[in-house]
Structures are given as C-alpha cells and as structure tokens.
Design a protein around this ligand. Structure first.
Ligand SMILES: O=C(O)c1ccccc1NCC(=O)[C@H](O)[C@H](O)COP(=O)(O)O
Length: 499
C-alpha cells in the first residue's frame, strides 16, 4: 500500500507551487503585513487554563473515512463547538484529501468564533504560514515526520514572527529531538499517518518522554471521556477530537454531551479533590462572593416552604450575573433543589435557569428520575446531573440509595429532621459503611466550621464531596463568606498535610 502521508506531502508541494504562481509570495506577505498588529488568542493559554482542554475539530472528510459530513458548514459547526465547551477549534484547511479550505477559518471567525483556531494542514512551506495568518489562525500544525529538523525550526521561527503559535506533532520516540526547537505545544498523534490506524496507547507511551512542563496534546482516536481522565493523569493538557463529533448528526450537541459526561466523571473520580457544594443561596452579591471561593456546586432551593426559597425572578437576575461573571477557572455547577415537584416544573426551571443539575430532596422514585432525564433531553437537548437526596437515620436508609444506581448520577446523604432539609444537624456518619453502591455521594447535614478535622478523618471510597448550608449563614439564605473561606482554606491545608 502506498504511504498516504507521502502522497499528501508530494501533492502539497505541487499545490503550493501552483498557488505561488497565482499569487506571488511578496503580494501575499503585503496583505499579511497589514493585519500583523492584530493579536490572535493563544492556544497554549487556552489549554493550560480551560476546564475541558478539548480542541474540537471541523473535518468534513478524511482519506480513510471518505466524506464524514459533506454538508457541514464552517460558519455553523465551529461556533457550536465554542458554545458547547470547546477550549479551542481545529479547522482542516487541506482541500484535496480533507475537503477543507482556508476560507473555513475566515468563515468561522466571521460567525463569531473567538477561541484559538488551529490551522490544520500539511505545512511544508512558509507560504502556507502567511495563508494561515491571513485567514485568522492562532496556531499552525507542524508535523515532525514530514519536515527535516532544520526546516521545522525555520518554519517555527516564521510562525512566531507572524504572531502564531506552533503545535508540533510527534508520532514516535525517534522524533523527540524536535522538542528542543521549543514549540509552544507538543502533540502526540495516536494515528499512524501512513496507515491511518489509531491507538491512544501511543500517547501513554510517549507521555513520560516529554518534558513535564511542556503543554501536551493527545491527538486522534479519542472517543470517550474516560480516556481524557486517564490522559490527564499522565500529564496531557489538550485533547484533539474530530471524527467522534463530526460523525454525529449535530457535532456541537455531541460535544456538549461529551463535556457533560466528562464533568460527571471528574466528580466521580474526585479528580478535583473533595468537591464543595454550597446550598441555599438567594442573594446575587452573596452568590458572586461564594463563587470567588472556588466552590464546585451552587445549590438553589425551589421549594416554597424553605426559608432559603429563591423566586424565579430573583433567580433570573442571579443567572444573568452568573453567566457574565464566569471565567473558565471558576465554574461551579448550578444545581436546582426540588421537593416532590412535577417533572414539567423541573424541566421548565432547568431550561430557564440553564441548570447543570437537579437535587431531588423528596420522595421521588426511580421512574420519576427516568422521566425527568428523558424530558430534559428532549426539551433542552442535553443531559443533566441528577442528585438524589436521601434522609438518613439508619443503615437501612443508606441501603435505599442502591435503588437509584441506574437512574441518578450521584446521591446526597442528609440528616432526617423536622424540616425537609437545612436542619443543621449531623447524622451518625458511621452508618455509611453500609453503602457499597456504585454512585458517588455528597455528605450533607449540619456540616459546620468545626468539622474540618472529622471530615478528613472520615473516608469512604464513594465520597465525592460535602454540602454546606445552614451552619455557614448569617441569616437563612445568606452565607457567611468569612466563615466559608476560613473553613475551605482549613480543609485545603489539612488535606495537603495528609498527602
Ligand atoms: O436548606 C433548605 O432549606 C432545604 C429545604 C428543603 C429541601 C432541601 C433543603 N436543603 C438542601 C440541602 O442540600 C441542604 O444543604 C442539606 O439539607 C443540609 O443542610 P444543613 O443541615 O443546614 O447543613
């Protein structure tokens, strides 16, 4: 079989010569010079700072798969990627083999894409770097196996002079000396470009051979959030995913679903440490202050009999400020708390307040949870995190949590008290030994500022987080920021000592 990469590169050189004949390099450069003052967003910064690290790719066809989405529009899909949680976008611009064009980047920018855009092509000549800069790319791909080391170094310098970053793609250990050229980002391609066979093991194999402080991207063949969690553990910051999204009917929506799964898994694996949920918020300023503490979940109570009830009008105001205030490194999930509410009512709230999850604090059964999940999916076109709260006095109450294993994403164990929730008293945490279900749980019920040491002594394989409410309040629904901040810091200090 003829090596497809060689065929592409041979053709690419001819194509570039043809383009140079049509538009000489000096004329192209004159156009580039006019825009050089404008900056493009950094791919490296986006990957190092973002939550997902996903570089979602716009790829209409490939030599191995043929057309994947011939009708896919560059003014539509990249923007949908941006809206659904991508950290950056990669756009295939090669025409003959991948059905792309430079104009796709221009169109994506025109549609409102402000994320970093990677110019994905087979760059063999600096002429292509000028083209990349002209159409609005932030970074270009350089593939070690098709460039001599010196040639690669000089293309890298030109890219930098043009204000673009370089993602240097490696495939095996023989190319490791290219890393000394100091690319901004180093990619490990899991796809053998000669045969097109993908194997993510390639990233795991090369991870430890790359400098630990290098921004690293695993490219191709990633199709599950589990793989991302494992790749993160060996030091990868970015994950380039194309086919898995492009083959879906709606690539943006598929990315949204993938990101949601990834967030849920991150909680399950406690990758972020012990997650903190602050529940019963009602006031806009107070919400913003709590967010600044870097907590993981914010709970809003939609149960009218609670002293922490938040009205829809108040919630609209909170949501508006929440969306504007949000920066990628502080992104708590918005959780709505409901007590025996009708499915329709909950779905309306999920859509109106763009809730990431719901906590069901009444007598909701498995059937109700299933109907809720499918109603949210058909109305909002996405999944939500469902937390089933259970009131605990005995081991038997804990065992009841097993019933929800296939319907909920998480459990919350709260104290059974006079009120439905927010009683401010502990239950005996030792009864949780009886819980051997697969769902992660949040420990709740009367947790206060003096509980830090006990909490860190308490361990359970499924403990994913803690819930803070009435014992951190100045009045019902208003949290004491100083008290919360001291407690969260104490937990972090104690935890670091423990590790
Ligand atoms: O807090 C409430 O007023 C409340 C009312 C009705 C249903 C749930 C409610 N709270 C939800 C929670 O998850 C609380 O944080 C949980 O009950 C623990 O509260 P606390 O005992 O005050 O720590």
């Amino acid at each position: 079989m003829k090596d497809i990469l060689n065929e592409i590169v041979e053709y690419k050189r001819i194509e570039v010569d043809r383009m140079k004949a049509l538009r000489p390099q000096r004329l192209l450069y004159a156009d580039v010079e006019r825009i050089l003052d404008g900056e493009v967003p950094s791919l490296k910064t986006a990957l190092m700072q973002s939550d997902t690290g996903i570089i979602a790719e716009f790829k209409r066809r490939s030599p191995s798969k043929g057309w994947i989405k011939e009708e896919g529009l560059a003014c539509d899909i990249p923007l949908e990627y941006q809206r659904n949680g991508a950290s950056a976008v990669s756009i295939l611009t090669d025409g003959k083999f991948f059905g792309g064009d430079d104009s796709f980047i221009t169109e994506a920018r025109g549609s409102g894409v402000t994320l970093p855009v990677l110019y994905k092509n087979f760059v063999v000549d600096e002429y292509q770097l000028f083209q990349a800069r002209l159409c609005g790319a932030s970074a270009v791909l350089l593939i070690a196996s098709v460039l001599g080391r010196k040639e690669c170094g000089s293309l890298l310098s030109v890219a930098h002079e043009l204000g673009m970053e370089v993602l240097l793609e490696l495939h095996d250990e023989h190319e490791l000396d290219y890393v000394d050229l100091m690319p901004d980002v180093c990619g490990v391609n899991n796809r053998n470009l000669g045969t097109f066979v993908t194997d993510v093991e390639n990233s795991f194999r090369l991870a430890s051979m790359l400098p630990s402080d290098m921004c690293k991207v695993s490219e191709s063949g990633i199709s599950s959030p589990d793989t991302i969690l494992s790749l993160r553990q060996v030091g990868f910051n970015g994950f380039l995913i194309g086919e898995c999204f492009m083959k879906a009917e709606n690539p943006g929506r598929e990315l949204g679903r993938f990101v949601h799964e990834l967030e849920k898994l991150s909680y399950k694996s406690s990758e972020r440490g012990l997650n903190i949920k602050v529940c019963g918020l009602t006031d806009l300023g107070n919400v913003l202050d709590v967010m600044s503490l870097g907590v993981d979940m914010l709970g809003f109570i939609f149960y009218k009999d609670s002293p922490r009830y938040v009205s829809p009008e108040r919630m609209d105001i909170i949501c508006m400020a929440f969306d504007q205030a949000i920066s990628s490194d502080v992104k708590p999930l918005k959780i709505g708390v409901f007590v025996d509410s009708a499915v329709d009512e909950i779905v309306t709230a999920v859509a109106r307040f763009r809730l990431d999850g719901v906590q069901l604090h009444g007598h909701e059964d498995v059937g109700m949870l299933d109907s809720l999940r499918s109603a949210v999916s058909s109305v909002c076109g996405r999944d939500i995190t469902i937390i089933k709260a259970l009131c605990i006095t005995s081991r038997a109450d804990v065992k009841a949590g097993m019933d929800y294993c296939d319907s909920a994403d998480m459990l919350l164990f709260d104290t059974r008290g006079k009120a439905v929730g927010g009683n401010g008293i502990h239950f005996d945490w030792s009864v949780l030994e009886a819980y051997d279900g697969k769902l992660p749980f949040i420990l709740s019920g009367g947790i206060g500022h003096d509980d830090a040491k006990d909490l860190l002594r308490f361990s359970h394989p499924r403990l994913a987080g803690i819930d803070l409410n009435s014992r951190f309040e100045t009045s019902p629904g208003i949290k004491n920021i100083g008290m919360l901040s001291r407690f969260i810091n104490e937990m972090r200090v104690l935890r670091n000592k423990q590790q």
